[in-house]
Design a protein around this ligand. Structure first.
Ligand SMILES: Cc1cc2nc3c(=O)[nH]c(=O)nc-3n(C[C@H](O)[C@H](O)[C@H](O)COP(=O)(O)O)c2cc1C
Length: 126
């Protein structure tokens, strides 16, 4: 599903991925630890984007150097803290959409919030 990094013509290309997933039996304390670790790792690897979480779901947009993005994608697929990943967007773009990496808590109905995020991040630019 990912473009072959070797075929990229520009070294400045940014890969952008957006997905939702289902949270799997992890405590709020563990989610807070996860979010803090994500912030540190993403800063180190120049991954930007947004991570949204609630009682039952996650939504994340992450972007950066394609090799880093693909590594993170592989980590996410193996991570037992969530399941049922649905990819909404995967593209190479000339610039980042987000200046940094931020985390947010869903306010209200999580499925509706995810629909709004898909519309905001995916529909308009895919
Ligand atoms: C919903 C969710 C979002 C995550 N987001 C990130 C992220 O943005 N950056 C990151 O480094 N790890 C993230 N992780 C954790 C990774 O799955 C993985 O644990 C981490 O990259 C460390 O991988 P490693 O154990 O191979 O070093 C996330 C995990 C979950 C469940």
């Amino acid at each position: 599903m990912f473009p072959d990094v070797r075929q990229l013509t520009s070294t400045t290309a940014i890969q952008v991925v957006a997905y939702s997933s289902t949270r799997v039996d992890v405590s709020d304390e563990e989610v807070v630890k996860l979010v803090l670790a994500c912030g540190r790792r993403n800063h180190a690897f120049r991954i930007t984007g947004e991570l949204w979480f609630g009682e039952t779901r996650f939504f994340q947009l992450f972007e950066g150097d394609p090799a880093r993005v693909q590594k993170l994608y592989e980590n996410l697929r193996r991570d037992p803290r969530h399941c049922d990943m649905v990819i909404y967007h995967d593209s190479l773009e000339p610039t980042r959409r987000c200046a940094n990496f931020t985390t947010h808590v869903f306010d209200g109905d999580e499925s509706q919030a995810i629909e709004r995020l898909i519309h905001r991040f995916v529909s308009k630019r895919s």
